[in-house]
Design a protein around this ligand. Sequence first.
Ligand code: SAH
Length: 266
Amino acid sequence: MHKVWFVGAGPGDPDLITVKGRDLIARADAILYAGSLVAEAALRWAPADCDVADSKDMTLEQINTWLITRAQRHATVVRLQTGDPSLYGALIEMVQALDAAHIAVEVVPGVSSAFAAAAAAVESLTLPEVTQTVILTRVEGRTPMPDGESLTDLARHRSTLCLFLSITLLHKVKADLLAAGWALETPVIVVHKASWPGEEQIIRGTLADIRARCKAAHINSQAMIITGPTLGARTWETLARSKLYDATFSHRFRKVKKPAATEEPV
Ligand code: SAH
């Protein structure tokens, strides 16, 4: 059965692709990769005779045509996407074209850059009694934001924000978050090339100074912005303990002797 596999390549470090994704690369007849971000190193597992192309100079129509013609010829075609294919990856535009051509598709998830950035900075995006919510979004650029999704609207939740595609718009991030009542001292981290061996850079600052810090470090692309109330918790002296590890808290794998707590595990 001929199939196009949309594989999340992960954030950059070739070791962060899933085992399933790597196995697919190893048996692929054809691979189309997103050259601007996916490390070519991810292709090191491809068979020698694999038909490999970079999509960085292709239009969506050219990408769709490439995938359809290869899938008509070959059993295993891989479209290698950066991070996870479900985020800002034009997945549905490609899937619709393949559906129309009656070609089967399957998606293999990947490690998103949002999580690679949190990992690089040793940050938790959720903390008990601080925030239990993460919003993955972007600042309005050429793609307009739907109603109710302006950064100011979303920031009113006071949850953690992971901002994709927004590094050149830090002035807007600041203005929008201040408009939502966030303090100038709110911590912000910017991670450039999260997980890329030898190239990752972590910039820590606040809403007040993060733009200047990024400018000084010449960071203007391939960067994840994370802000919110949990950042820096590693050095906090008071931290509400996660109920999951609380000795008085029952969950599926560990029952306490005292009357069972009614709350759900964290
Ligand atoms: N599907 C991808 C996102 C693609 S949109 C994912 O799940 O990560 C491209 C944006 O992702 C970039 O503008 C940047 O904000 C972010 N990004 C991708 N790779 C990154 C990396 N290694 N480090 C930091 N940000 C990255």
